[in-house]
Design a protein around this ligand. Structure first.
Ligand code: FUB
Length: 447
């Protein structure tokens, strides 16, 4: 322990043992790639059924393209802590799937007649089922599997990205994509079509449309879908008062980005708030076929249209102050003297660091729950110059609750310092560099 003038600093060299990959911010899953999120609420929990991107290897999938051999399912009670149940279905467990193609694309799952029906697109090994993608069904007694696949895909459905809607009057419809969006009613057994597939009218004529998601709110059916208006996919939505349309395109739900060609979404209401689940290539900036699921809040206008969702790194949920707060998933930051980089560019799953490199540079992370009484701050930092950090609550010009001198260090180290003041409840956290030095921060926590 050493004295540093106006405060006491304890330096503890720690070998940090990271516990799991729980993540309150975007992207939400950090230990694998996840894409095309289909999200459902079952028994008060949110279940996330994403595609599972992997990297193709020689003889295993097509290099430079989507590569998916199985599905995982995740659940959460608070949108902050996610549990991974592992593989619920893999291509080599489905008799009709061509498992040389590694193409288990965007799935969906619904609960009906006491069972969970998991719908997934994949290419069939037998041309009798048609060329291109078919859609299969696997059934389970639990939302997290194990799922048992049907021996054959759904008859007369050719395409990708199934989404199943259950209307308040008990009808079920399946939507899927094949350049356009198709819809058909499902039979009661959920395994076959009750009506001929038909194209949803009223959607854009040009630019690939795929990944349909449909939900109902106050008697209005909202169809959301990715559409290539320019170079890459943006999310759009259309509204109708009937599940089969006619739909009217209402506008853009999320703008396209140049970095990731695809985007895919689902919209869900959980504990009174609407959320948009979507994906971006956060963990794979140089290869956009390895994607990661994100969440942001979604809001309706008084006339029932949807406000455009602006993607954030902060995501949703409240972060407990005693957890490792990943300030690189920031809400706001100063214009200068801040950059975000991977902790290890060769293993992006390790996450990011914040680099403060100018006097008064700051970064703000919203919605931290400080609970009842906390006395210390912990900062995991690395600095070749040393530097002094100030911690404030709420915003940059608010009172300082801690000061920490980060000494010169060549290894990631956790530094502890007593709080100068404590304010209970939920606050934004601001970390500011006081001098023209260079300090990298992995995370901040309180105890
Ligand atoms: O994940 C493979 C495909 O990319 C999906 O099925 C599409 O919607 C697009 O996200």
């Amino acid at each position: 322990m050493r004295k540093y003038g106006f405060y006491t600093l304890m330096v503890v060299m720690s070998i940090i043992c990271e516990v799991g990959n729980l993540f309150a911010q975007n992207p939400i899953i950090l230990d694998q790639f996840t894409a095309d999120p289909s999200v459902r609420v079952f028994d008060g929990k949110v279940y996330l059924y994403p595609s599972h991107d992997i990297l193709a290897k020689p003889g295993k999938g097509r290099q430079g393209w989507f590569c998916m051999k199985d599905y995982h399912v995740f659940s959460s009670k608070n949108l902050t802590d996610w549990r991974d149940y592992g593989v619920i279905l893999s291509q080599n467990k489905v008799k009709w799937v061509d498992s040389t193609l590694y193409s288990m694309w965007a799935p969906d799952c619904v609960f009906r007649n006491g069972k969970y029906y998991f719908y997934f697109p994949a290419p069939a090994r037998n041309s009798a089922f048609g060329k291109g993608f078919s859609i299969g069904v696997a059934i389970s007694a639990k939302p997290y599997g194990p799922f048992t696949p049907q021996p054959e895909p759904v008859k007369d459905v050719h395409g990708i990205d199934p989404c199943v809607l259950m209307t308040p009057d008990g009808q079920t419809y399946m939507y899927w994509a094949q350049g356009k969006i198709y819809v058909a009613k499902l039979k009661n057994d959920m395994l076959g079509l009750a009506t001929e597939p038909r194209v949803i009218e009223g959607l854009p004529e040009k630019g690939l449309i795929e990944g349909p998601f449909i939900f109902e709110r106050k008697g209005i059916y909202y169809l959301t879908y990715p559409h290539v208006q320019n170079q890459t996919e943006r999310l759009e939505y259309a509204m109708a008062d009937n599940p089969m349309g006619p739909f009217k395109v209402m506008g853009v739900l999320m703008d396209a980005t140049p970095d990731c060609w695809t985007n895919q979404n689902s919209v869900v209401k959980f504990q009174g708030q609407w959320y948009l689940f979507y994906h971006h290539n956060d963990l794979s900036p140089h290869f956009d076929k390895n994607r990661s699921v994100r969440i942001d809040s979604l809001f309706f206008n008084p006339d029932s249209t949807i406000k455009k969702v602006i993607p954030t790194l902060r995501g949703v949920g409240i972060t407990d102050a005693t957890r490792k707060i990943q300030i690189d998933r920031y809400s706001r930051k100063s214009q200068q003297g801040i950059s975000i980089a991977f902790l290890d560019s060769l293993n992006t799953f390790k996450g990011w660091k914040t680099i403060l490199s100018a006097s008064n540079a700051w970064i703000q992370y919203n919605k931290v729950d400080f609970g009842g009484k906390l006395k210390w701050i912990n900062v995991k930092a690395l600095s070749k110059t040393g530097g002094v950090l100030q911690i404030r609550l709420d915003k940059i010009n608010r009172p300082v609750i801690a000061r920490i001198k980060i000494p010169v260090t060549n290894t990631w180290t956790v530094f502890h310092s007593p709080l100068l003041a404590f304010h209970s409840g939920i606050h934004n956290l601001v970390v500011q560099l006081m001098d023209d030095k260079n300090v990298a921060i992995d995370w901040v926590s309180f105890q």
